[in-house]
Ligand binder design. Structure first.
Ligand SMILES: Cc1cc2nc3c(=O)[nH]c(=O)nc-3n(C[C@H](O)[C@H](O)[C@H](O)COP(=O)(O)O)c2cc1C
Length: 200
């Protein structure tokens, strides 16, 4: 990534390499990423989520579709992701539309989570007002008692995943004296990638 003459490589391959390095060097949550969404009239909002899968189809996270982010995504699928790996002094920006994962994918991931996490998610009306912490813990206790025997909570239909299909991926590398490097990959019409350096 030092000049514009290098062959265009697959940004997924580069992402895999950087992500593997981040998994080795970050003190925690190398898969944490900021997710930016926007309302249909373009008011933005941003929060952290965890990357739970990625391949050439895109980047997947799981959440409550009735949350603030879920409502925004369902009304306006355009979104952006941001990784910042401080230990590596690297940043990756990813932009594109989100689409819901299949119910089978959501079921598989939901039931791969620890029982208490399944309970906590099912008990949460994520992003909606809560009158007291007690109300939430009472719901958690009730669901825990209901499903303890099976050790598995049915996945609420609104608890699902979204996959961002990238139209652009940008890799940023810290360099001395703030002479940083940026390489932006964009999808071309054939579905391949073109890349260019950007001024930092
Ligand atoms: C490191 C980190 C990881 C998180 N991962 C998730 C996640 O994978 N899914 C999720 O719904 N919320 C996650 N959260 C909580 C969200 O940041 C946010 O508080 C919540 O999803 C509600 O956001 P919303 O009101 O914008 O919908 C995470 C928070 C942090 C700090």
């Amino acid at each position: 990534m030092t000049d514009n003459a290098i062959p265009v490589i697959d940004p997924f391959v580069l992402f895999d390499a950087w992500f593997a390095e981040a998994c080795d060097s970050e003190p925690n949550d190398p898969n944490a990423m900021a997710l930016a969404t926007a309302t249909p009239d373009a008011a933005p909002s941003v929060r952290m989520v965890l990357l739970k899968g990625h391949d050439e189809r895109g980047f997947v996270f799981y959440t409550n579709a009735q949350s603030r982010k879920g409502s925004e995504v369902l009304a306006n699928p355009q979104a952006a992701l941001l990784f910042h790996w401080k230990s590596l002094r690297r940043q990756v920006r990813i932009e594109g539309p989100l689409a819901e994962v299949t119910p089978e994918e959501a079921d598989a991931y939901f039931h791969s989570r620890p029982f208490v996490s399944q309970v906590g998610s099912a008990a949460s009306d994520q992003s909606r007002p809560l009158d007291s912490r007690q109300t939430y813990t009472d719901r958690v206790d009730a669901l825990r008692a209901e499903y303890e025997a099976t050790g598995e909570v049915p996945r609420p239909a609104h608890w699902t995943g979204f996959r961002l299909d990238p139209a652009a991926i940008e890799f940023w590398t810290d360099r001395p004296n703030r002479l940083h490097e940026r390489r932006r990959f964009t999808r071309d019409v054939e579905g391949g990638w073109t890349s260019t350096l950007l001024y930092p």
